[in-house]
Design a protein around this ligand. Structure first.
Ligand code: ADP
Ligand code: MG
Length: 437
């Protein structure tokens, strides 16, 4: 049997055991590189596929070869680029279903409150809107949770869209990028994936710290980055830490991140916090006396998302009790809400969520899809992601081995609801409150 025949026989044999979807994802572009005595080398163009093949499928691969050849073999998987056009060219040119990008119009530069903690970042944002692609490319914004990175990034996007409506713009988290990449491979639509990400005029990539340790994806993103930079397409990148503190990221990508303008956004000072609270009240048609706003602003000092949560909670509580929003009443509520930071223990999140919703841990992490457990699960996903900053993969593990796409979906759903649904806002606040009691 020559190598090619052997290879086809191998793929045919292994496919039913591996299953159709994983087969497509991990074996579709593999090649038999060489056979020397009992040593077989197979290649894949994707580092992530190499990882999975080694970790999950190696024993099966070796056994299948052993059976076919009638002798014990050892298999090594290597990463090797495909040479020339891919075997099945049509696979690469099927149109991929892509949603038209819509940016949340809620976040603009106009409603971004500027203070000493973010004025440098804001000035850079304005410069980018003036001259996209030329002045600062990439603009790399970093800072802690809830300091306004995503808001500022979307503000730039919205400003560019209103300036030049026909611009192609993509906003996505680094997780979505990785997810789209996997889907493109599974569906043989890499060509479309690349077209989509490399032909855009503006690319907004949120939370690139999640690229950490994901080599294959870093490589794809590196090429996307280079192509966009060559074409002067503006990139804006956010991260919860500066490039030199992102672990397990390739040096060449790190140096790309550092090559534009890096700016940190600091936690807002007291006056800025008051100004932000004032602006949020106005947006929602609520008026609180200045003294009340100051009281709330002094109760929390870093995460603006939490500050907003607290504002909503207080307004809600005042309304429920039909109390006027004067400082005494606000102070009364504030003293009930403690300021301790949330504990960073995932187990505790799960146990609080379970006791709050009166369900068992088994139900929370199990496969059940009844409303009574799905919603608590989403709450857990959201808190684990937003408060404990765990990756979606990690959260998937914690919640009974769920796929990371499921986690993304649940978390994003909560993110939307938290802006619109008072009941959800209340639940989240109460659950977090219980965590610090
Ligand atoms: P990050 O991406 O840094 O975690 P976000 O951009 O999601 O934070 O901001 C969290 C919340 O705080 C959002 O509702 C956002 O509108 C609000 N926010 C943050 N900074 C500002 C600001 N300077 N002015 C107005 N709102 C802000
Ligand atoms: Mg963000």
């Amino acid at each position: 049997m020559d190598n090619l025949k052997l290879w086809h026989k191998f793929l045919e044999t292994i496919k039913p055991t591996v299953g159709a979807a994983p087969f497509r994802t991990f074996f579709a572009q593999t090649m038999l590189q060489s056979i020397e005595r009992n040593k077989i080398i197979i290649s894949t163009p994707h580092a992530f596929a190499k990882e999975t093949l080694n970790q999950k499928h190696l024993p099966l691969i070796e056994q299948t070869f052993t059976d076919l050849l009638g002798q014990k073999v050892q298999v090594e998987v290597v990463v090797k680029k495909l040479e020339g056009p891919p075997a099945k060219e049509e696979d690469f040119f099927q149109p991929i279903q892509t949603a038209v990008t819509t940016l949340n119009p809620k976040y603009t530069l106009e409603n971004f409150v500027v203070g000493p903690s973010n004025n440098v970042a804001f000035a850079a944002a304005q410069a980018v809107v003036q001259n996209p692609g030329t002045s600062y490319n990439p603009l790399f914004l970093y800072g802690g949770t809830g300091v306004g990175k995503t808001h500022l990034m979307l503000g730039i996007g919205n400003a560019l869209l209103s300036k030049k409506g026909h611009m192609k713009i993509i906003y996505c988290s680094s997780e979505k990028f990785m997810n789209d990449y996997v889907t493109a491979i599974q569906e043989h639509k890499m060509g479309d994936f690349r077209k989509r990400y490399r032909m855009t005029d503006i690319l907004l990539i949120d939370d690139v710290q999640f690229f950490s340790g994901r080599e294959g994806f870093q490589e794809e993103f590196f090429h996307t980055f280079n192509e966009l930079q060559t074409k002067n397409s503006q990139m804006i990148i956010t991260s919860d830490r500066p490039p030199n503190e992102i672990a397990k990221i390739e040096d060449r990508l790190r140096s790309r991140f550092q090559g534009g303008l890096m700016i940190d956004i600091q936690p807002p000072d007291f006056d800025t916090r008051v100004a932000i609270l004032r602006a949020k009240c106005l947006e929602q048609g609520n008026a609180l006396p200045e003294e009340s706003l100051k009281l709330i602003a002094s109760s929390l000092n870093s995460n603006i998302r939490e500050l907003e949560g607290k504002l909503i909670q207080i307004i809600q509580a005042l309304k429920t009790k039909s109390l006027p929003p004067d400082p005494e009443n606000v102070a009364g509520f504030l003293s009930n809400f403690s300021n301790k930071p949330l504990p960073k223990d995932p187990k505790q999140v799960l146990s609080v969520v379970c006791s709050y919703f009166d369900i068992t841990l088994k139900e929370l992490t199990g496969p059940g899809r009844q409303k009574g457990v799905v919603m608590p699960r989403h709450v857990a996903m959201f808190i684990l992601s937003e408060e404990l900053n765990l990756t979606v993969e990690k959260i998937g593990q914690i919640l009974g081995g769920r796929d990371h796409t499921t986690i993304m979906h649940g978390r994003d759903k909560m993110k939307k609801l938290i802006n619109t649904d008072r009941e959800i806002q209340r639940i989240l606040i109460e659950v977090k409150q219980k965590m610090i009691e």
